[in-house]
Ligand binder design. Structure first.
Ligand code: AHR
Length: 495
């Protein structure tokens, strides 16, 4: 018989706001994400707005996505933004050297992306080309999208049909500078970063630029140490971190046909995010005790072998309840680390890696990961309620992981929400939540679960997994008692 896991909510006045940007997304020129995914072109028979599928626009709007990163990833360090503006027929092609070697026609460029962000009411996050670009190219991009007055780039923007600047706040200065972004050392990149950041001008839009340095590969703490040590905080607003839940880079395993052991291993990798953000944050605390610079986890998610018969360079994978578990636990970790983690971008939005949306011709489906994001959006810009968790373990072949993960917040309207995950693929776990330090009204809840952890939404049965109302809990005398079924996510909220 399972023991009871206990959670105590500990509201405090000093708790941070959960920055809504933790619920951010990422759209790289990769496989079928932009072309044949999001962007079908204005002449497509698929209903679209300026070439972007209306069904995807609606789905992303329903998620309230706060920020969208573009155009890469590794692609960003090969991308020359001037090739993607002006009359489409005059644009040069670009060969996507990292992802399948396909030739693109540059028909989706800066205007398309920034207009889409306006349509979605989401903040754009532009990833600049440091690896194969120049300081001038980036300075010009900033001027092109942000300068309201008379300047060469604002003139060019206006000639291309856009009078007012878009006011882009978030800028990535290169991507994975330790790898596809140039194979640099941290020490070398810190100098390169400073040079680029110096020439990025905030054109007095009142927004202030938010410059994000290309960050560490998972547990490379030296990288964060050097960046925080060598870059003055007046040149730096964020430091990135990338970490994927991968069992083994040379044998990632199927996205759907995985064993219980592989499921456990994926969860080990996902929960490792707790250690990563704790240790990177501690380094940042040392150099930036005033917490001016944010930790930006701008790539995270599950990464498996591509679906059979698809281009290995396109990173197309299905999305099961395992991915819902990655999303639920990871977002709880980010919420609980909201003091330092101020943005995160799931990799990636459509048809690539742990996507929230998959398409097949005219068809579109929402994945279990989409539904976790949808259930958790109540945490966006809410005040964190810290908690103590003493949980039971999920045990496999003598190895253990905490079965239960949780986070809680109080929204601007005063309503409290609690998100709870049980990653155990075999056992339900009883959880008792002590709410005695707060006054709560009646709660309602929704659950995301399925029969098998390998279950997914297919184009034949696109709605088999989605959240449903959940009533199987008891609340009395400041206590919430619930039995959380195996591999399920529950979000409670005050009515
Ligand atoms: O998300 C896919 C790739 O993973 C990105 O292009 C790169 O930054 C990372 O290695």
């Amino acid at each position: 018989a399972q023991e009871v896991s206990t959670i105590t909510l500990k509201p405090t006045d000093s708790a941070p706001i959960i920055n809504k940007n933790i619920y951010g997304h990422f759209a790289e020129h990769l496989g079928r994400l932009i072309y044949d995914g999001l962007y079908v072109g204005e002449d497509s028979s698929i209903p679209n707005t300026k070439g972007v599928r209306n069904d995807i626009i609606k789905a992303l709007k329903d998620l309230d996505i706060p920020v969208l990163r573009w155009p890469g990833g590794c692609f960003a360090d090969t991308y020359h933004w001037k090739d993607g503006i002006g009359p489409k027929e005059d644009r040069p092609t670009i060969v996507n050297q990292w992802w399948g070697g396909v030739t693109e026609d540059n028909s989706f460029g800066t205007h398309n992306f920034l207009d889409l962000c306006e349509e979605l009411e989401t903040e754009p996050y532009l990833a600049a080309n440091v690896g194969s670009g120049t300081v001038k190219e980036l300075a010009d991009w900033v001027q092109y999208v942000n300068h309201a007055g008379v300047s060469p780039m604002s003139k060019l923007r206006q000639e291309n049909g856009r009078k007012e600047p878009w006011k882009v706040t978030y800028w990535g200065v290169g991507n994975e500078a330790w790898g596809c972004g140039g194979h640099m050392t941290a020490e070398y990149y810190a100098n390169v970063y400073k040079k680029y950041a110096t020439f990025m001008t905030d054109w007095n839009n009142g927004t202030g630029l938010y410059r994000i340095a290309s960050g560490a590969n998972a547990g490379d703490y030296h990288w964060t140490e050097v960046l925080m040590r060598d870059i003055p905080t007046n040149l730096l607003e964020g430091v990135a971190l990338h970490s994927y839940s991968v069992i083994d880079w040379s044998n990632k395993g199927s996205a759907t046909g995985f064993t219980k052991k592989q499921y456990f291993q994926t969860m080990q990798r996902a929960l490792h995010m707790e250690e990563l953000v704790t240790r990177h944050s501690a380094i940042m605390d040392k150099y930036d005790p005033e917490n001016k610079v944010a930790l930006i986890v701008d790539e995270w998610g599950g990464w498996y072998d591509v679906e059979e018969g698809t281009n290995p360079g396109f990173l197309y994978q299905q999305n099961t309840m395992r991915d819902a578990m990655i999303a639920g636990t990871t977002l709880n970790i980010f919420n609980n680390h909201a003091r330092r983690v101020k943005m995160a971008n799931l990799a990636q939005a459509v048809n690539v890696l742990q996507a929230v949306i998959l398409t097949d011709g005219e068809k579109m489906l929402l994945t279990p990961t989409y539904w976790v994001m949808q259930m958790y959006k109540v945490h966006q810009d809410a005040t964190l309620i810290p908690l103590n968790l003493e949980g039971e373990n999920y045990v496999m072949d003598g190895e253990e992981l905490p079965a239960i993960s949780a986070s809680a917040s109080k929204a601007k309207d005063g309503k409290v929400h609690i998100s709870l995950v049980n990653i155990d693929s075999e056992n339900a776990h009883e959880v008792s939540i002590d709410l005695s330090e707060m006054t709560l009204s009646d709660l309602s809840a929704r659950i995301l679960t399925s029969k098998n952890v390998q279950d997914y939404n297919s184009f034949e049965d696109p709605e088999s997994i989605k959240p449903v109302p959940f009533k199987d809990f008891k609340m009395k005398k400041g206590k919430l008692d619930v039995e959380v079924p195996p591999f399920s996510v529950i979000v409670f909220g005050e009515k």
